[in-house]
Ligand binder design. Structure first.
Ligand code: ATP
Ligand code: MG
Length: 655
């Protein structure tokens, strides 16, 4: 028997649909010369050094890469400032009066900040931080809803070189306290509340609870988002101050940007916690900004005249890299929406796309599967003809969902870029380039120029095409994380020890098809082992989702005396579908026919919702805990813990 992590998954994905780049798209694309891959492969450092011209440097670097495995430094000796690159330099050009951020609140209020507006706000916010005693190197924790003050304060932090740590506004007091304590933040920026599905998220109350356990925090700044009349909050004398009061105390409108070392810490961000305790991922200045700027320009083909809308929350790395830093570094217009996709109705995104003339739209597979479940009538109500490119990130996208997205959102004309990356990688690493790449639904295709992904077996040897294995990256890239905050040993042990210090181990399983395209098969922690056959979650779930009755599915392995593991599938039907025993039988048969008899699920459980992280990823480890009767592991990053209760009861009832 093979010892490869996914060794016996061979040739199971039989997707044959192919979508070459439309000619007119390719002709106008920011990158359409296929030679770019070869050039970057031959001389990666030269490639990145050339790309670094995208940024404004105060001082040029002496060395592109200093690699002392596993430790890396990029653009050694270079100096620059992130807020200068994202704001100041644009106001010296015609972009001064261009919209930088187009913000829409859930209740329908809006704020549009031009680069000039943003410049003013960021400067004053930076002065405010200084007034509060924040110095270069101090950490600032941020616990805000998706409101303009969030990008403003992040840029202000980068201006003075105070690393920020954004904690997603949906987190509980305990989750917030853990993250504040881990990075020992000196100041917390929060709000009186935020809107979500018409209700108010009590951010200040949560923060107050967290602050009982966070000795490092000296000052708390509170943005008045909801208003004292609607939602009064407690302000502690001497510690808490309203944002508008603190800003009013600022004198002057200009805070000189600190000229920072290329390796100066820019931010700490905790991973989603899908697989366990979140890790404090540290990103630095020069390499990170370059990586996100270049990928934004090439992967999203983002142009000056485009309106770009990424639906992520800035509390996740996708929001950091592809709502804020990447788009603003290249002077783009970025749309930012505060609330839920189904508020006031299930067409909110499409309403935004139509009204604002969005050209490029970036979202997650879970969101797409929700759109499928809700039905195509919601996008059909709107004119989506402004769209020219679609993107997805966060989980493997099932081919059926990919095709649905292309048809019903992209009108059959927009390329879909499936982008694989992680909090740790900082930037997109495996992705199509829409003017160059022939797309296959479900595949993230190939490494971005200069990136060297590979798939290896247990011994670290590259596996033949078609065979599964560990997805690794074999050379450093500029936007990679530099360490885990306060835990360099975990950095080395978790990511750079299995195959030696030069090989980054992503934790995901993957395989390459005959064309050399990469398929992400899911997390290695989630791989099933059925009678010695290793099965990735992605294929099993995609087989289920390819049945017209199914909107979403999560598959896990449950200990089984004979087989090692039995396959349990949790299935969410599409709108209007009745979950019956007959349907369960049909689905089991459907999977067996699609993949093979070995993959036939032993049990199907219907459920209205699946447990997801707050960053919208399916949490299979909690389903395994339920199925194997264990105490539930860390649930702090779960969207809605009541979903688990319901699944637990159903599971118990059917045993
Ligand atoms: P933790 O590491 O704490 O368990 P997490 O891995 O969910 O959390 P993120 O860094 O937000 O935190 O997510 C990165 C992961 O998301 C990847 O390792 C991969 O499993 C998944 N992912 C992201 N994009 C894609 C994609 N395009 N295709 C397949 N999987 C993807
Ligand atoms: Mg991870």
């Amino acid at each position: 028997m093979s010892t490869d992590p996914m060794g016996t998954i061979t040739g199971l994905l039989t997707e044959t649909r192919r979508y070459p780049p439309p000619e007119d798209f390719a002709a106008q694309a920011n990158i359409n010369d296929p030679a770019v891959y070869e050039r970057a492969r031959k001389d990666p450092e030269g490639f990145w050094a050339e790309a670094a011209e995208l940024l404004d440097w105060d001082q040029r670097w002496e060395k592109v890469l200093d690699w002392n495995p596993p430790w890396v430094k990029w653009f050694v000796g270079g100096k620059l400032n992130v807020s200068y690159n994202c704001v100041d330099r644009h106001i010296k050009t015609w972009r001064r009066n261009k919209a930088a951020l187009v913000w829409e609140g859930e209740p329908g209020d809006e704020r549009i900040l031009t680069y000039q507006d943003l410049y003013r706000e960021v400067n004053r916010a930076a002065l405010m931080l200084k007034n509060l005693g924040v110095q270069t190197g101090d950490r600032v924790a941020i616990y805000l809803p998706m409101i303009p003050e969030l990008p403003i304060i992040m840029l202000a932090c980068s201006r003075i070189g105070a690393p920020h740590s954004v904690v997603f506004g949906g987190f509980s007091p305990n989750a917030l306290a853990d993250r504040i304590n881990d990075c020992e933040a000196k100041v917390l920026i929060t709000a009186d509340g935020g809107y979500r599905r018409g209700g108010i998220v009590p951010l200040k109350e949560n923060a107050d609870k967290a602050l009982e356990q966070t000795p490092s925090v000296e000052r708390v700044v509170v943005v008045e988002r909801v208003g004292r009349d609607k939602h009064p909050v407690q302000m502690r004398e001497g510690r808490d101050i309203w944002w508008h009061d603190a800003m009013a105390q600022v004198s002057g409108n200009y805070c000189p940007p600190e000229s920072l070392d290329s390796e100066h810490p820019l931010f700490i961000l905790y991973t989603s916690g899908t697989t366990g305790k979140p890790k404090g991922v540290l990103h630095t200045t020069g390499g990170y900004l370059l990586g996100v700027a270049l990928t934004t320009k090439w992967v999203f083909d983002l142009k000056d005249e485009d309106v770009y809308f990424c639906t992520a929350d800035i509390g996740w790395v996708t929001g950091h890299s592809y709502i804020l830093y990447g788009p603003l570094a290249i002077g783009a217009t970025s749309v930012m929406y505060e609330g839920a996709p189904d508020w006031p109705d299930k067409d909110r995104f499409w309403d935004i796309v139509e009204r604002r003339g969005v050209n490029i739209f970036y979202t997650a597979p879970t969101a797409i599967r929700s759109f499928m479940r809700w039905g195509p009538e919601y996008p059909a109500k709107h004119d989506l003809s402004s769209l020219r490119l679609l993107g997805t990130v966060g989980e493997p996208i099932n081919p059926e969902a990919w095709v649905w997205y292309r048809e019903h959102i992209g009108g059959g004309r927009c390329p879909v870029v499936d982008t694989w990356w992680q909090t740790e990688t900082g930037m997109i690493l495996i992705t199509p380039l829409p003017g160059l790449t022939t797309l296959t639904p479900g595949s993230a295709t190939r490494g971005f120029p200069g990136i060297e992904p590979d798939i290896v077996d247990e011994q670290g040897n590259s596996v033949p095409r078609g065979q599964g294995g560990y997805l690794v990256i074999k050379r450093p890239w500029p936007a990679m994380f530099r360490t885990l905050w306060g835990d360099p040993d975990r950095y080395v042990n978790s990511y750079f020890s299995k195959f030696g210090p030069t090989v980054y181990v992503s934790g995901d399983g993957a395989k390459q098809d005959e064309d050399g395209d990469f398929w992400i098969m899911g997390r290695l922690d989630d791989v099933l082992n059925v009678s010695g056959h290793r099965l990735g979650t992605m294929e099993l779930e995609s087989a289920l989702v390819s049945h017209p009755a199914v909107a979403e599915a999560a598959v896990i392995g449950v200990s089984h005396e004979i087989k090692g593991q039995a396959i349990a599938a949790f299935v969410t039907p599409r709108a209007g579908v009745e979950p019956t025993d007959e349907l369960a039988r049909e689905l089991r048969q459907h999977v067996a026919e699609t993949i093979g008899p070995i993959a036939r699920p032993d049990r199907i459980y219907f459920t209205a919702e699946l447990p997801k992280t707050r960053s919208a990823k399916i949490m299979r480890r909690l389903l395994r805990d339920i199925a194997e009767g264990r105490v539930l592991g860390d649930t702090t990053t779960l969207t809605d813990p009541s979903v688990l209760e319901e699944i637990k009861q159903r599971y118990a009832a059917s045993e």
